[in-house]
Design a protein around this ligand. Structure first.
Ligand SMILES: [Zn+2]
Ligand SMILES: [Zn+2]
Length: 253
């Protein structure tokens, strides 16, 4: 299995995951033109994508999902709540996943959805398994539940949100209502919350940690790295901070 980010942050998110014979795109918060450029940079043909998974209806995840699905006749998998929240658009093929979590197999790739607390209608995140390897994905969640901690045990690679530093958020330019939203239980994970989650996982076994959805206003790469180092010095060496404006390199899992 391997994966890469096509961009991560509040201005757009998309992630590719593939294993033998199967290629999946998680979210597309970019215009078609922008997505094509980013796919080219990682040498992926748009027509080679088998399934598009959608985590939730926020614009930074859904912007180019429906246009991509129609043009390339790609099946979209999402929860009923997310599909309704965007107005139940007509697309060539749709598979509705239970908002409580569900496992689906496509070729050799096992995909498990699981629910997360976020201010969307029925948001979920995903765990991927292939050839005995596990890739966990967790962004856009306001807090960590015991269920989520259990799902993310034993990951070989993890894409994890470290959205904000609480102090920068408190002192920053966001209006109070937005600040409360981001910091709330249905907002985004702070560096501290993510570090606590890592501490509750067997993090020495995580061969690659990709830090996602980092706020450009309320966080800083140095603070992110310090938070990871606080959990495990060696994990910091295996950490990649994903960028908003460009795709990452392919990461093996
Ligand atoms: Zn988001
Ligand atoms: Zn969101």
């Amino acid at each position: 299995m391997r994966f890469c980010s096509l961009g991560s942050g509040s201005r757009g998110n998309a992630t590719l995951v593939e294993s033998a014979g199967c290629r999946v795109l998680v979210d597309n918060g970019f215009s078609l033109r922008e997505l094509y450029q980013r796919l080219r940079s990682v040498e992926v043909e748009p027509n080679s994508i088998d399934v598009l998974l959608l985590t939730h209806e926020h614009g930074d995840h859904v912007k180019g999902v429906w246009s991509f699905a129609r043009r390339h006749r790609v099946e979209v998998w999402t929860t009923p709540g997310t599909w309704r929240a965007v107005g139940a658009p007509q697309i060539p093929a749709l598979r509705l996943l239970s908002g409580q979590g569900q496992s689906v197999k496509i070729d050799g790739l096992h995909i498990r959805s699981y629910p997360v607390p976020h201010d969307a209608r029925e948001p979920c995140q995903f765990l991927f398994e292939a050839d005995g390897r596990r890739l966990g994905m967790l962004t856009d969640t306001g807090c960590v539940t015991p269920h989520m901690t259990e799902i993310l045990q034993d990951c070989d690679a993890l894409i994890l949100e470290l959205n904000h530093d609480p102090e920068l958020l408190r002192r920053g330019p966001y209006p109070p209502s937005l600040r409360r939203r981001v910091a709330g239980d249905f907002g985004h994970l702070s560096n501290l919350q993510a570090a606590r989650l890592l501490d509750a996982l067997p993090h020495r076994a995580i061969a690659r940690l990709c830090v996602a959805h980092v706020s450009e206003t309320n966080n800083h790469p140095e603070l992110v790295r310090a938070s990871i180092r606080g959990v495990c010095e060696s994990l910091a060496d295996r950490t990649l901070i994903l960028e908003q404006d460009q795709a990452s390199a392919w990461c093996a899992c």
